[in-house]
Design a protein around this ligand. Structure first.
Ligand code: SF4
Ligand code: SF4
Length: 133
C-alpha cells in the first residue's frame, strides 16, 4: 500500500522544499531480512542541532554516553541505543492491540530517515515524489 505522508516535514531541520513530498510504501515485516527483529524498537532517534553535531568535543561527550551521531544528508541524528521494554525477543510488540501501545507505533516510520538509513532491514520504502512532474 502506498501512502502519502503529509503530516511531517519533508526535510526535518532544513528549509522546506516546495517541489514535492515523500511517499511511503510497504508495510512492517519486523525486519525479516535482517538480524535484529523489530530493530526500530531497539533505539531512539532524535534530530539534533547541526552546530552541536559539528562540535567534536560534544560528539565525544555524547559517545561516552553511548549516543552515536549519524548524518542523513545535512541532518544530524542522535542514535540512542535504548530497547523498548515492550519488545519481545522475536520482534513482537507485547502491547500490540492494547490501549497501552503508543499511537506512533501504529503509524510506522514517519520520516524517511527512520526507514532504511537507520534500520537497514526495514521493509518500508520511501520515495520522493515531485509535484513538478
Ligand atoms: S510499544 Fe511496541 S511497537 Fe512501540 S516501540 Fe515498544 S515494542 Fe515497538
Ligand atoms: S525497522 Fe521497519 S520493518 Fe523493522 S520493525 Fe521497524 S518498521 Fe518494522
Amino acid at each position: 500500500m502506498r501512502q502519502t505522508l503529509t503530516l511531517f516535514e519533508s526535510f526535518p531541520g532544513r528549509t522546506q522544499p516546495t517541489d514535492g513530498y515523500w511517499v511511503r510504501g510497504g508495510s512492517c515485516d519486523q525486519c525479516a531480512s535482517g538480524g535484529i527483529p523489530g530493530e526500530c524498537c531497539t533505539k531512539l532517534v532524535f534530530p539534533v542541532n547541526p552546530t552541536a553535531a559539528r562540535n567534536p568535543d560534544l560528539v565525544h561527550f555524547w559517545e561516552l554516553h553511548g549516543i552515536e551521531i549519524k548524518w542523513w544528508g545535512d541532518l544530524p541524528l542522535a542514535i540512542v541505543p535504548l530497547r523498548c521494554q515492550a519488545l519481545a525477543p522475536n520482534g513482537d510488540c507485547t502491547l500490540y492491540d492494547t490501549p497501552e501501545r503508543p499511537e506512533i507505533c501504529s503509524t510506522g516510520p514517519l520520516n524517511p530517515w527512520a526507514g532504511k538509513p537507520l534500520n537497514p532491514a526495514c521493509s518500508y520504502e520511501f520515495a520522493w515524489s515531485s509535484i513538478l512532474k
